[in-house]
Design a binder for this molecule. Structure first.
Ligand code: 26Y
Length: 841
């Protein structure tokens, strides 16, 4: 068979062209003379897929042959973004592809734009998972991702009359050429039903979970090629399909309609991503989704384990490490126990030992409301066997705690998996911690907050049993392949030219070599030219998306992230209003001397998040006033950029001069776009929060415009406010006044009422620091925010200085490559080692 295979030179332009023509004709049924750009994109995608498939299969064979320990990343979200450009770069096919398509009269870049942007995630957590996959492959680590193949990803955001409108994103509509359906890889997943006891074939007492419904999980593989390695890893996403046996029964009973209905219900499972971050919404379907993908993934990885000749269960922790991405996949703790005990007949104690050695848990969010809790009643109905298992685990856990702390210690109720109350609940965070070998936060400050505030009793317990390092820090990162090389080819070329090789793309410490050029005038002019190029692309993008002309000489100021009160987009737009008011006060001559600025804000609001949606409306309305005011529009523009997504980020981030990472201290676990901006030579206006703190440490204090209170001051400020001391800066008063006057309401009474409600809430002094007041201390931080912005303008005025800082910061970001992050996970948490596939195997 091997000899019969069409052999091709993967790196040869002519063979790429031939393969392209073949796919166009035979895979897509087009003719060589009649095809659209979209057809061309698809055919090019299939050309790549051939190469990816080969590499994926060979890599898997190699891992199997070497019998290596595997890592498995379980995540309900992956914000992978477009595949094509990234795959071409990672497979080292940029030159031959370019040549091949120029030869065919096509620009590669144009093809890239035809690709849908798969948005199977909400925000930071999903994007982090995607960057992790890229680094795992690049480091040749035998690690796979598991998740859900949602038919509808994150909604598309349209802005109509300044308001967010959510539109469905049927990204899979015309098929994705990069995925590989695997109808032969399916697993049954049971839901509902009941638990009975009986005897197995050998007459041993056993537990049976029977009845209910069975859904089939079918695998779709998404090859993840590494950069500068022959390894290609896999992101295996599960799609829910109706169970075959079930259907047949239905048909034979001639219950055709019922059968169709049950089909639809099964398919619902993987239909939609919940477009919600941070606020936990207790939807039954979400729990079903979580269990569905966790069960399929664990069945799959255990099947792989037992395929090894002479496997022993005791070896499982030497061969398998699982990472649970937030609480979303933490039902894995109970499911692993069920599979080991009920299906594989491992003794309870050993099963628990194995489970707690294999599983690990990452916490991503400071907000307690994001730690999922499921009503016991819901679990009992949907996963009756799991409730029993969790009950038994908890019983043993509590006994252990009672021995240590006495029967009635308050520690016990805090650490129990069950939360008492009118509606008894299961705390998935506690289940995860109990079942995990390691628990980690995602930035230094966040890990400290986990120890002190999120799970203090648990941390104390770890210290008491002599295992304080069960909680570890794994500072986040981003992949430089997508976020520098693909997003900003001009910058990538500068680095490669000055450093003499592209090694920096796999070893970012090499960028330190740029520091000696940071005052070099030749580099300065190339650097500024790079920024101009990026700004030109941004200008075209903003023109298309917002119908706004932006001055490419202006300072570009960007805030892009989910819209959330803690991220304080509101403070940003209040500042823009203040800046506008200051400009209005100036004479035309004075205005000439001010720094021009373009402020771009983008991000999606959870569909039920009322305040976040009002903030979007306010930003849009402020834009309408400022942008068309002839006194000021030359100096200040502001726009809400619709439908922020990975591909938008790739255009926006490289063009920024400054970006805003301005969450209240102690609220943003890490942030990752902050890293992307700085890697692209942007500077940060930020608070001492999340990864900002560590970025500042690496790049130098002079590269960051820091403002706002510190985390340890927050409680005090809130307490003082409650006792009536919460002064409002006069400049902010003026901004509030303008809003109350209706200056930005466009005569729309509804908008006016909404904007006033935002302002009133902030001004409710007694409630500052609480839910009904200025919870995120906008008022308190506002004056120092103004100062920070003034420092930005002053620094920007000195072009050489700015350029130096920009080079200095971008060249000091080695720590924030996910290559560093993933190496730490692999070494400290997983114990997984690289397995570099040789080319000829
Ligand atoms: C339970 C459900 C409602 C839920 C869904 C999504 C809860 C949380 C999330 C998403 C959380 C998230 O994206 N967290 C972000 O993770 C990033 C990667 O670690 C951090 O950089 C960022 O600070 C944090 O907000």
């Amino acid at each position: 068979l091997w000899k019969l295979m069409d052999t091709y030179e993967p790196n040869d332009p002519e063979s790429i062209q031939k393969s392209f023509a073949r796919h166009l004709e035979y895979s897509l049924a087009c003719t060589r003379f009649n095809f659209t750009m979209e057809d061309a994109y698809r055919a090019a995608g299939l050309v790549l897929r051939d190469r990816l498939l080969e590499s994926l299969n060979d890599t898997n064979d190699y891992y199997r042959k070497m019998d290596v320990k595997r890592g498995y990343y379980l995540s309900a979200e992956y914000l992978i973004g477009r595949h094509m450009q990234n795959a071409i770069a990672n497979l080292d096919l940029e030159q031959p592809f370019k040549e091949a398509f120029i030869g065919l009269g096509m620009e590669l870049e144009e093809l890239f734009h035809e690709e849908a942007d798969p948005a199977l995630g909400n925000g930071g957590l999903g994007r982090l998972a995607a960057c992790f996959l890229d680094s795992m492959a690049t480091l040749s680590l035998p690690c796979w991702g598991y998740g859900i193949r949602y038919s509808y990803g994150m909604f598309k955001q349209e802005i109509q009359n300044g308001r967010q409108v959510e539109c469905p994103d049927f990204w899979i509509g015309d098929g994705c050429p990069f995925e590989i359906p695997r109808p032969d890889i399916t697993y049954p997943v049971r839901l509902y039903g009941e638990v009975t006891h009986g005897e197995d074939e050998k007459g041993n007492w056993c537990v049976n979970w029977v009845g209910g419904e069975i859904v089939q999980a079918m695998a779709y593989d998404n090859p993840i090629p590494g950069f500068d390695t022959y390894n290609t890893n896999n992101l295996r996403l599960w799609r829910a399909c109706p169970s075959k046996e079930f259907d047949l029964d239905m048909f034979s009973a001639a219950a055709y309609a019922d059968s169709v209905e049950s089909r639809r219900k099964a398919e619902d499972l993987s239909a939609v991503l919940y477009p919600n971050d941070a606020t936990y919404e207790g939807k039954e379907l979400r729990l079903r989704q979580q269990y569905f993908f966790v069960s399929a993934s664990l069945q799959d990885l255990l099947r792989d384990f037992i395929k090894r000749p002479n496997y022993k269960w005791s070896e499982l922790p030497e061969k398998v490490a699982v990472q649970m991405n937030d609480t979303h996949p933490t039902i894995a703790v109970a499911e692993m126990m069920r599979l080991l005990v009920d299906v594989m007949h491992v003794h309870w104690e050993e099963a628990w030992d194995l489970t707690t050695k294999c599983l690990n848990y990452t916490n991503h969010t400071v907000m307690p409301e994001a730690l999922e809790k499921w009503p016991v009643e819901m679990i009992e109905r949907m996963l009756p066997r799991h409730l029993q298992i969790i009950g038994e685990l908890n019983l043993r856990w509590i006994k252990d705690l009672q021995k240590k702390y006495g029967d009635h210690s308050p520690v016990i109720s805090a650490l129990s998996i069950f939360e008492e109350g009118d509606i008894k609940k299961i705390r998935m965070g506690n289940l995860a911690i109990m079942g995990a070998n390691k628990v980690n936060g995602v930035a230094a400050i966040h890990t400290e907050i986990i120890k002190k505030e999120t799970f203090p009793e648990f941390y104390k317990y770890c210290c008491d049993i002599g295992k304080p390092d069960k909680i570890v820090n794994m500072t986040n990162g981003v992949t430089p392949r997508r976020w520098v090389h693909c997003a900003n080819p001009a910058l990538s070329a500068i680095f490669t030219k000055y450093l003499g090789s592209h090694e920096w793309l796999t070893d970012m410490t090499k960028l330190k070599g740029m520091l000696k050029f940071k005052e070099d005038s030749k580099l300065h002019s190339e650097w500024m030219e790079m920024k101009r190029e990026c700004k030109a692309k941004l200008a075209a993008f903003v023109k298309e998306k917002c119908d706004l002309d932006i001055d490419q000489d202006a300072l570009i100021d960007i805030q892009i992230k989910r819209i959330h009160e803690y991220k304080r987009q509101l403070m940003n737009i209040l500042y823009v209003i203040h800046r506008y008011q200051e400009l209005k006060k100036k004479s035309p001559g004075e205005r000439e001397k001010t720094q021009k600025r373009v402020v771009l804000i983008g991000g999606k609001a959870a569909s039920a998040y009322v305040n976040a949606k009002i903030i979007i409306k306010l930003i849009s309305n402020v834009g309408k006033v400022i942008n068309k005011d002839p006194d000021t529009s030359k100096y200040l523009k502001v726009a809400f950029v619709p439908n922020y997504c990975v591909s938008a980020a790739q255009v926006m981030i490289p063009a920024s001069d400054i970006s805003e990472h301005i969450s209240t201290a102690g609220t943003e676990a890490s942030g990752t776009s902050n890293m992307k901006f700085v890697m692209n030579g942007g500077l940060i206006v930020g608070t001492m929060d999340g990864a900002n703190i560590e970025i500042r440490e690496e790049c130098g204090e002079d590269t960051m415009f820091i403002f706002g209170c510190l985390e340890h001051q927050v409680a005090d400020i809130a307490a003082k406010a409650k006792s009536g001391h919460y002064p409002i800066d006069s400049r902010l008063q003026a901004v509030f006044q303008a809003i109350r006057n209706g200056d930005f309401s466009h005569g729309e009474p509804e908008a006016q009422a909404e904007f006033c409600s935002l302002v009133d809430r902030l001004c409710n002094i007694q409630a500052a620091g609480t839910w009904d007041g200025d919870k995120y201390l906008v008022i308190s931080d506002f004056p120092s925010f103004i100062d920070a912005q003034a420092r930005v303008d002053a620094t920007y005025a000195d072009k050489a200085k700015w350029c130096k800082l920009s080079i200095q910061a971008a060249s000091s970001m080695a720590k924030f490559s996910t290559d560093r992050t993933i190496k730490e996970y692999a070494e400290v948490i997983w114990g997984v080692k690289p397995a570099v596939r040789p080319l000829e195997d």
